[in-house]
Design a protein around this ligand. Structure first.
Ligand SMILES: *[C@@H]1O[C@H](CO)[C@@H](O)[C@H](O)[C@H]1NC(C)=O
Ligand SMILES: *[C@@H]1O[C@H](CO)[C@@H](O)[C@H](O)[C@H]1NC(C)=O
Ligand SMILES: *[C@@H]1O[C@H](CO)[C@@H](O)[C@H](O)[C@H]1NC(C)=O
Ligand SMILES: *[C@@H]1O[C@H](CO)[C@@H](O)[C@H](O)[C@H]1NC(C)=O
Ligand SMILES: *[C@@H]1O[C@H](CO)[C@@H](O)[C@H](O)[C@H]1NC(C)=O
Ligand SMILES: *[C@@H]1O[C@H](CO)[C@@H](O)[C@H](O)[C@H]1NC(C)=O
Ligand SMILES: *[C@@H]1O[C@H](CO)[C@@H](O)[C@H](O)[C@H]1NC(C)=O
Ligand SMILES: *[C@@H]1O[C@H](CO)[C@@H](O)[C@H](O)[C@H]1NC(C)=O
Ligand SMILES: *[C@@H]1O[C@H](CO)[C@@H](O)[C@H](O)[C@H]1NC(C)=O
Length: 694
């Protein structure tokens, strides 16, 4: 059927109307203001920040841009972290202008003002390093690898100077590098590089960022979007704002940063270290009108035109559906598809997949689960191996699960998540196509016939999954719960890199309230992977994902399934390991198939972490980021009570289940009351031991 030409005309009309820049905008823009701090673990602001890389979380009133770890210098040197405000700001709009006093109108660029208090602390007798920066970054991603030392958590030797960084930073540098043009402490404007575009020596202003006697400072940064000029001021905390700026620099945000960017802080340590803390932060940003804020007739015409277009598309869809005699559910499906159209992966023709899998031959079956059967296939044209998941029709919920999986996984991008290649829909039959993972699933390697998975592989598999989980919980724009973490959902590529797969049960947390899954309970999961509170709350949380991952950790180290028969009559692996731990022989839990070929230190780290994640009380489990840091060996393993605590219901304390759930966080719990950012008086376990659950 040829489309009537008037459809095309209306479509073009609406495109023209939508893309034509309005002639002028209001001269005064509204602003939005945020006031943060002091920062505590249980403050309602906690959720508004992402703690990335070696950032240490919120504790004792401060944001720790690099962690404050008291145990030893080992955890303080060569670190880089970022703490980013999750809110995204539109910083300019190329389609809009504002008139200026000089009679020329310029592109609309947002002005902003920010003030923050910092405490950069060094231990007596040491040299401080390296520095802290206020940054504008395009996303909530981690500081790059090896961005410690002089790179301030901004760039590394590969990415420094690359315009695609889209980073602007105001650095407060305590470590002198060869490229730093001024003596001692200085402030600098950095554009995509730690080699500053403009600098000023703080000595000229009688300021030492990290003096021997701890001093808090206040920094003011004002940016004027009209003159495109930046002003930086600094003084001791509680002193009035100086009249003379330290640094004045011309910088056009619209030339360097992403149109939508995030504000936050980055910091690093090198061989010399310091605590990099922010004690309070105020931010005021001009609000640029969004395109949909079109006014008057233009808006109504666009609405009418768009409505007509949508109506026509839906109508055509209806006719097609009627012809093929498909059900109402399929209609919903089509609409869902229309909604999520941008960025959709490839749509396959059913025959392509049929041919690829040799008509879904049982011999090509890779596995079953998450509401469907998975087949191996080879795409004829591309000669590429894929995994094709066919949703079973008998399951009533198949379509919703398909949509959920499609919409979530389609938007996720992470090297440790299985990649979605495409999808297919035919006669109510739904299929998803994934990258094929030549080394199959983790459980096959733990329990299969083949050679046992060597220790180093086991360790990296867990590190990979921890990084995927951190991404889902804390780094992706929207918080995503996997809800079905288990060894059979962890797949291994040709290099034995692990990828988390099967998003059949995954949910974006924001959507969960309206999700039909609510009524369905936690998950039709496998015993041993389900957190005890799930039986009561019927609700998945970050903590229940952590519990599932804890079961996987123990499984990988012990080579035993989480729910089985264990010596002493235990039914759960965690209970057995906990007993061995109490009796001081935890390493006896390590997989015998390894024949002693493993690092005892790492095995103990993982076993303790696995137990901590298996804590019966959800709030006591380590947070996702802390888990990754422990596996990366950047913080020591958690202290675990000798005797497994009892499961208590109703849950004690304020639990994230009620408060909308946070997963981020670090090695400190809200019990931490000792003062960070002031060098620890108690050495030893006091600092990181705070993860303990005693
Ligand atoms: C500023 O905010 C007020 C109140 O929310 C609103 O009425 C007004 O339209 C806004 N102005 C601009 C330019 O966005
Ligand atoms: C820190 O990094 C520097 C430079 O890369 C290196 O020389 C030094 O050994 C590192 N220190 C530690 C403790 O890793
Ligand atoms: C602005 O432009 C108008 C006409 O284009 C001119 O008369 C006026 O002098 C200009 N004002 C300034 C401040 O340049
Ligand atoms: C920032 O501060 C300056 C000076 O105090 C003020 O003139 C300006 O309006 C402020 N801008 C914003 C966006 O708050
Ligand atoms: C932020 O603003 C509040 C209210 O004006 C003020 O009390 C506080 O000192 C400010 N904090 C900083 C870090 O400027
Ligand atoms: C710099 O960071 C990028 C991105 O994280 C990474 O791919 C690259 O390997 C890093 N370079 C170095 C020298 O570590
Ligand atoms: C300053 O900024 C520009 C980008 O506008 C960049 O190309 C240049 O290399 C930067 N560095 C220095 C030291 O000026
Ligand atoms: C640091 O503080 C102590 C005690 O207040 C004082 O005696 C000393 O002079 C101060 N040192 C410096 C370098 O300001
Ligand atoms: C710096 O700020 C922290 C947190 O507000 C406070 O505990 C500490 O006493 C301050 N230090 C100084 C030297 O004022």
């Amino acid at each position: 059927m040829a489309e009537p030409s008037w459809i095309i005309h209306i479509t073009l009309l609406s495109i023209i109307l939508l893309s034509h820049p309005p002639i002028q905008t209001a001269q005064t823009l509204n602003t939005t203001t945020y006031t943060f701090g002091p920062f505590y673990r249980d403050s309602p602001d906690f959720d508004k920040f992402r703690f990335l890389g070696d950032a240490g979380g919120m504790s004792a009133g401060a944001l720790q841009i690099t962690q404050d770890s008291r145990n030893s210098a080992e955890y303080l040197v060569n670190k880089s972290g970022r703490v980013m405000f999750t809110e995204r700001f539109r910083l300019y709009n190329p389609k809009k202008t504002r008139p200026t006093t000089t009679n020329t109108s310029t592109m609309l660029v947002a002005s902003f003002n920010t003030t923050f208090d910092i405490n950069i602390y060094r231990t007596t007798g040491t040299v401080p390093g390296e520095g802290i920066a206020f940054i504008i970054a395009p996303d909530l991603s981690k500081p790059p690898l090896a961005s410690y030392g002089g790179y301030l958590g901004l760039t590394n030797s590969t990415t420094d100077g690359d315009p695609s960084n889209q980073i602007i930073a105001i650095e407060l540098d305590t470590g002198k590098q060869s490229y730093d043009p001024v003596r001692g402490d200085h402030v600098g404007l950095d554009i995509n590089s730690v080699v500053s575009n403009a600098t000023a020596s703080l000595a000229d202003f009688n300021i030492e960022i990290a003096p021997v006697n701890a001093t808090n400072h206040t920094v003011w940064i004002n940016y004027d979007g009209i003159s495109r000029r930046l002003f930086v001021y600094m003084a001791k905390q509680f002193a009035p704002k100086p009249t003379k700026p330290l640094l004045v620099a011309d910088v056009d945000l619209s030339k360097h940063v992403n149109q939508y960017s995030h504000f936050g802080f980055a910091a690093s340590t090198g061989n010399d270290y310091e605590l990099n803390c922010v004690l309070g932060w105020n931010l005021t940003v001009e609000v640029l009108p969004e395109e949909r804020g079109l006014s008057g007739w233009r808006l109504s015409v666009v609405v009418v035109a768009s409505a007509v277009v949508v109506g026509v598309v839906v109508g055509v869809g209806f006719m097609l559906l009627k012809k093929r005699r498909l059900g109402r559910e399929d209609m919903q499906y089509i609409l869902g598809k229309l909604k999520s159209l941008p960025g959709m992966p490839r749509e396959f023709r059913f025959v392509e997949l049929k041919r690829a899998t040799n008509n879904f031959d049982g011999k090509n079956k890779l596995g079953e689960g998450g509401f469907g059967i998975v087949y191996k296939g080879v795409l004829e044209k591309e000669k590429v191996e894929v995994a094709v998941k066919k949703f079973s029709r008998e399951k009533l919920k198949g379509k919703d699960d398909f949509l959920a999986e499609l919409t979530i996984i389609n938007r996720l991008r992470h090297k440790h998540l299985v990649r979605l290649v495409g999808w297919c829909h035919k006669n109510g039959m739904l299929l998803l196509v994934y990258d094929f993972m030549p080394n199959g699933s983790l459980d096959a390697h733990l329990y299969g016939e083949g050679d046992p998975l060597p220790w180093s592989r086991r360790y990296t598999v867990l590190a990979d999954v921890a990084s995927a989980l951190t991404y889902l919980h804390d780094e992706y724009d929207q918080r995503v719960l996997h809800r079905d973490l288990k060894a059979s959902n962890i797949l291994l590529d040709s290099h034995f890199n692990a990828r988390l797969g099967d998003f059949g049960l995954a949910r974006a947390l924001d959507n969960e309230k309206t999700s039909y899954m609510e009524a369905e309970g936690c998950f039709a999961g496998t015993p041993g992977y389900i957190a005890p509170e799930c039986f009561h709350t019927q609700k998945a949380t970050c903590e229940s994902d952590v519990f599932g991952f804890g079961a996987v950790i123990l499984e990988v180290v012990c080579g035993r399934r989480p729910y089985d028969v264990f010596p002493g009559g235990f039914k759960y692996l965690a209970d057995w390991v906990w007993t061995l731990y109490r009796e001081g022989r935890i390493l006896e839990a390590v997989d015998k198939k390894l024949e002693g070929e493993y690092s005892a230190e790492d095995a103990e780290r993982l076993l303790l972490l696995g137990l901590a994640c298996s804590h019966p009380i959800a709030a006591e489990r380590p947070k996702t980021q802390a888990i990754a840091q422990i596996i990366y060996r950047s913080v020591p393993p958690p202290a675990v009570p000798r005797i497994k605590p009892a499961f208590i219901w109703p849950m004690v304390g304020s639990l994230s289940i009620d408060s909308g759930s946070y997963c981020s966080g670090t090695t400190t719990t809200r019990r931490s009351s000792s003062s960070n950012c002031v060098w620890p008086t108690i050495e030893g376990q006091a600092g990181l031991g705070e993860i303990s659950m005693v």
